[in-house]
Design a protein around this ligand. Structure first.
Ligand SMILES: C[S@@+](CC[C@H](N)C(=O)[O-])C[C@H]1O[C@@H](n2cnc3c(N)ncnc32)[C@H](O)[C@@H]1O
Length: 320
């Protein structure tokens, strides 16, 4: 059965050589994952397949021939998430709720982090919901820019979005902030490996403790970060002040997405919209991408993870 699914996956991915190399590495480490991958890739639009191949090309440069190690990290990460899902569906909440708990279990646990970070890089290519928000960012956020822009990203991780922003001829300045010096170093190394030649200002900032911004930006990105915070509303209030009156913010939050370092649960798109609007933004666009490309209504009803991308603008200039 796995063999049939793997064969069908290979046919589907034949036009995407970089993606296929990654899928082969995962199939070698985890043959039973073929059915999951076939669903995840089978549900993608041509545009999503094209942006997946772009992400895979970048990811392969970052993996530098270590695909097998990354594939093991991916399998291990999926195992961790499965345990969290069992807890979430039994209890209806994320297991941890404070930063101190997540810090002890995840951020300060070097062994854990190294495998987790490998796994998350591959999830960007292999999970429909991650590939979906990436395609939204590439094609309906960055490509929509029609004037030079100053870019700020919070929590850039592997730096794939900063990389895309740097490739845009319209990006005038680029900044990325993270509270983890280790993470920032990895972002810097990744951008160098990917050949980004525009300067990127990498600054250690805890977004929950940031002072009033000393300048403003045209495009702010905060992707897969708010669910890691005890007070996402504090981060959004700061970012509202850091956004130019004519600027846009791209916010990506996974709904019902248990993970050891997710401490703030958002369950519905309405809840997320309310959180964003309470900080003084107006939501202009909202797109949802469920795990394996499932139907959104049933994923929400069954509380299966749905990545939600929002593009928002300042609601008004005077109130905030
Ligand atoms: C899951 S990663 C997101 C990576 C990437 N943006 C993505 O979409 O895949 C979360 C990032 O947020 C950073 N982060 C978490 N809490 C933060 C805080 N309070 N201030 C700044 N960065 C934070 C973490 O260090 C990590 O790099």
């Amino acid at each position: 059965m796995s063999d049939e699914k793997a064969a069908a996956l290979r046919v589907l991915l034949a036009p995407l050589p970089e993606t296929l190399v990654i899928a082969e590495a995962v199939l070698a480490a985890w043959p039973d994952h073929a059915a999951y991958l076939l669903k995840s890739f089978g549900a993608r639009s041509p545009e999503m397949l094209a942006s997946t191949e772009l992400a895979a090309t970048a990811a392969r440069k970052l993996m530098a021939g270590n695909e097998a190690r990354f594939a093991e990290g991916y399998r291990w990460t999926c195992d961790q998430l499965r345990d969290e899902e069992i807890f979430f569906h039994r209890e209806g909440r994320y297991r941890l709720s404070t930063f101190a708990e997540a810090d002890a279990e995840v951020y300060s646990n070097h062994d854990y982090m190294s495998r987790y970070v490998d796994g998350l890089l591959l999830s960007q290519i292999l999970w429909f919901n991650h590939a979906g928000t990436f395609e939204m960012f590439a094609n309906r956020v960055l490509a929509a820019a029609d004037a030079p822009f100053d870019y700020l990203e919070i929590g850039p991780g592997h730096g794939l979005m900063v990389y895309l922003a740097a490739r845009s001829p319209l990006s005038r300045s680029l900044a990325a902030w993270d509270f983890s010096a280790v993470s920032l170093r990895e972002t810097g190394a990744a951008l160098a490996t990917l050949g980004v030649d525009k300067p990127v200002s990498l600054v250690e900032v805890d977004i929950l403790k940031a002072e009033a911004p000393d300048r403003q930006y045209d495009l702010i990105v905060i992707s897969e970060v708010l669910e890691h915070l005890e007070q996402p509303e504090v981060a959004l209030a700061f970012l509202r002040k850091a956004l130019r009156p004519t600027g846009r913010i791209f916010i990506n939050v996974p709904l019902n997405s248990p993970s050891p370092d997710h401490i703030y649960l958002v369950s519905t798109p309405e809840e997320l919209t309310a959180l964003v609007e309470a900080a003084g933004f107006k939501v202009e666009r909202l797109e949802m991408f469920a795990t394996q490309g499932r139907k959104i209504e049933s994923a929400l009803a069954q509380r299966i993870s749905v990545s939600t991308g929002i593009v928002a603008v300042p609601a008004s200039n005077d109130r905030f």
